[in-house]
Design a protein around this ligand. Structure first.
Ligand code: HEM
Ligand code: HEM
Length: 147
């Protein structure tokens, strides 16, 4: 295989940065999902404590993630297809609804609806599944060796 051009290497590096930001920004969210699915009845006090402190990391970490992801996706656009663009739309949705939930003053009813399509365990599960599936699909036709 021919080595990747510098711009593609930059795109991949931004992908690595994106996954780091994602794991930091959403660590609590992922742990909370695990708790909800596997141990809904047990009381994880440390997780509650962690959750209270996690908010700013969630907000600002994910805002940075969305920016990095957009650049990562634009650079690697020639090497991907439907699933990664669906995933792109999902992350934009999560970013925009998150901003509305946090910073706007809409009716409590509208907020409750948005909450259901942002701040629930099945949304982070969907993000994780689509992240993996979309990248595995586009990896099949990726023409350069990876790190
Ligand atoms: C782009 C990736 C994002 C994902 C995957 C995501 C996912 C989630 C999930 C699953 C929850 C539920 C948390 C729980 O388990 O209790 C949540 C809560 C929340 N998220 Fe996001 N989010 C993202 C970005 C953002 C952004 C950019 C903001 C705002 C600046 C935001 C604001 C909120 C708010 C206000 C809540 C309600 C609870 C809280 O204040 O922590 N999110 N998010
Ligand atoms: C939260 C969002 C995203 C994260 C965390 C992420 C993360 C990553 C990482 C870590 C890699 C390197 C894989 C490796 O070295 O084996 C990568 C590769 C890649 N990403 Fe992303 N990515 C995201 C979104 C996207 C989007 C929206 C697109 C396109 C629209 C995209 C297209 C690609 C492509 C084409 C590659 C090359 C390897 C492959 O096809 O799997 N990524 N990404």
């Amino acid at each position: 295989m021919t080595p990747a051009p510098a711009i593609v290497t930059t795109g991949i590096t931004l992908g690595t940065l994106a996954i780091l930001l994602f794991l930091i920004a959403d660590l609590y969210v992922i742990l909370h999902m695990v708790h909800t699915i596997f141990a809904p009845k047990s009381n994880w006090k440390w997780l509650q404590t962690m959750g209270k402190r996690w908010h700013p990391i969630h907000y600002y970490g994910n805002m940075a993630l969305v920016v990095v992801m957009v650049i990562h996706a634009i650079i690697l656009a020639p090497y991907t297809g439907f699933w990664n663009w669906l995933f792109f739309a999902l992350i934009l949705w999560m970013g925009i609804t998150g901003l509305i939930l946090k910073f706007s003053h809409i009716s409590p009813k509208a907020k409750a609806t948005l909450f259901r399509f942002h701040a629930r365990w099945y949304m982070i599960l969907l993000v994780l599944i689509l992240l993996i599936v979309a990248h595995l699909v586009s990896l099949q036709s990726f023409p350069f060796p990876l790190g």
